[in-house]
Structure formats: C-alpha cells, structure tokens
Design a protein around this ligand. Structure first.
Ligand SMILES: Cc1cc2nc3c(=O)[nH]c(=O)nc-3n(C[C@H](O)[C@H](O)[C@H](O)COP(=O)(O)OP(=O)(O)OC[C@H]3O[C@@H](n4cnc5c(N)ncnc54)[C@H](O)[C@@H]3O)c2cc1C
Length: 244
C-alpha cells in the first residue's frame, strides 16, 4: 500500500530558520495518511530529465494537525532544495509512504535519549503526544538533544521548551557547533551534540538512544555509544542522505 503514489498539495509553508522551510500538505485524494510518529515520506520528481526521490521525516504532531508536514533543510544546488524552496501554495508533488522504523517501540526503558541535528529533530516532534503519555503513565524520562550551528538555526525550539515546562521528566538541550560561548541560556551548550554524552551518565542497561540527521554525527555517536557498552538493539538510527 505505502508504495502507491499519492498527490500532495501544498497548503502553507514558512521559513522557520534562515535555512529550513516547514511545509504542510494535504492529500488530494482526501485519504488520511496513516503514519506512526517517526516515519518519513518520499517525494518523487524529475530533475535534469531523470527521476529523483528524496525522503523527509513527517513533522506532523498527531492531534494538532491533519496535514502532512515536514521541514526541509537548504542544500545549495540540491535538486529537492530547488523544488521545495520554490514550491508555492496550491502546487502539487508526488509522494509515497509512510516508511521507516525510527519509531517508538512497545518497551519500558528508564530513559530515552533523542539525538538530532537540525531537521533530524522532526521525528521526535511528531512523537511528543505519545511521549507525554508514556512519561505520565510509565514514569519514562526523556532527554532531547538538538545540534545546530548557531542559535538562529534552532527549529521548533519554543515548542520543545514549552513541552519541557509541562513535563518535568523531559529535558531539552541545544548544542551549537559555531556559536559564541557568551550569554548561554541554561539549556544551551557549545560543541557537537554528541559531546553531551559525557554529562548524561548514560547507562546501557536503562537507556535507549535514537539518532537522527547528519550521517557523520550518527557514525560518531554510534561509535561512542558502543564504547560505552551499548548494544545495537538500544541504538536506533536514521541517516539523512539523498536516495539517488
Ligand atoms: C529517511 C530519510 C529522512 C530524511 N528526512 C529529512 C528531513 O526531514 N528533512 C531534510 O531536510 N532532509 C531529510 N532527509 C534528507 C533529504 O532526503 C535530502 O537528502 C536533502 O533534502 C538534500 O536533498 P537535495 O536534493 O536538496 O540535495 P542533493 O541534490 O542530494 O545534494 C546537494 C548537495 O548537498 C549536499 N548534501 C545533501 N544532503 C546533505 C546533508 N544531509 N548534509 C550535508 N550535505 C548534504 C550533497 O552532498 C550535495 O553536495 C532525509 C533522508 C532520509 C534518507
């Protein structure tokens, strides 16, 4: 079923950082996209006379929106970048999905550590209602780490900070790779996001780690976690790379 193509029509879009555009689509056939938070869709288009496909994690927060939302980072010269950053309200795209296994499982770890770079945060945005339920009912703790270059690159920060205020077991940390170390707020840190591991008292018997975004971050974080005794079962990854 999910390999069947459907048409998405752009309902609204906005720049949420200087280099990230959030887009919200509706399915033209009116069918509801039945996705599990954490999954992605794939868009299909032609560029330079060739078929191209690119995947995007669904950013929709279940219950808050019925639209199919995702956020796209800007890559100069990128084929999908060219398409998505110029797409106007009412224009259409071909898509398939949902796909992907970076989803919450039926399990009860003491703590989830979610590690993202830039738009890699979107799967975790979509998981918020289910996380809220598990934190309230199952005593789960969650640490969300987001790595970006500078403060202006933080996406959805207000939503994550608000969520942290509402849920004492939830912590949000922003990590900057190219920001000045002056005037940092209590949730802000300097350095690559994976350097945060040293301060989290990670415990392979209690923690489950999800990694999403930049492939270099994921490889480095994965190796660090293995050194700390994590089993591959307790590290879940999704690398943002272009399909073809
Ligand atoms: C499962 C999955 C989910 C994804 N979800 C998202 C998402 O939610 N949001 C999102 O923005 N992207 C996401 N991606 C990545 C996305 O599919 C594209 O790879 C990305 O948008 C770049 O496509 P492009 O056609 O604009 O650039 P391309 O034409 O593929 O590349 C243009 C240039 O940009 C460089 N480049 C491409 N991607 C990256 C990168 N990640 N980091 C550094 N340089 C890069 C290339 O090396 C090249 O030089 C996801 C990928 C996968 C596999």
């Amino acid at each position: 079923m999910s390999k069947e193509k459907f048409i998405l029509q752009l309902k609204w879009a906005e720049m949420i950082t200087p280099s990230v555009r959030h887009l919200a689509f509706e399915r033209v056939d009116g069918v509801r996209l039945d996705f599990i938070p954490g999954q992605f869709i794939t868009i299909h288009f032609e560029a330079e006379g060739k078929p191209v496909r690119r995947s995007y994690s669904i950013a929709t927060i279940p219950g808050a929106s019925d639209l199919i939302e995702f956020s796209a980072g800007h890559f100069p010269g990128g084929l999908a970048t060219e398409l998505l950053f110029n797409l106007e309200v009412g224009q259409q795209l071909e898509a398939t999905g949902p796909f992907g296994k970076l989803v919450l499982r039926e399990e009860k770890p003491a703590r989830y550590i979610f590690v993202a770079t830039s738009t890699g945060i979107t799967p975790f945005r979509s998981m918020m209602p289910e996380l809220a339920r598990r934190m309230e009912k199952e005593g789960l703790s969650v640490i969300q780490l987001l790595g970006v270059q500078k403060r202006v690159d933080l996406l959805y920060q207000d939503e994550f900070l608000k969520f942290a205020k509402q849920h004492p077991q939830y912590q949000f940390q922003a990590h900057f790779s190219r920001e000045s170390a002056e005037n940092l707020e209590s949730h802000e840190h300097i350095g690559y996001v994976q350097t945060a591991f040293e301060h989290l008292n990670l415990d392979p018997t209690k923690d489950v780690v999800y990694l999403c975004g930049n492939p270099n971050m994921i490889d480095e974080a994965f190796n660090k976690l293995k050194e700390l005794g994590f089993d591959s079962q307790n590290i879940r990854r999704e690398k943002y790379i272009s399909s073809n």
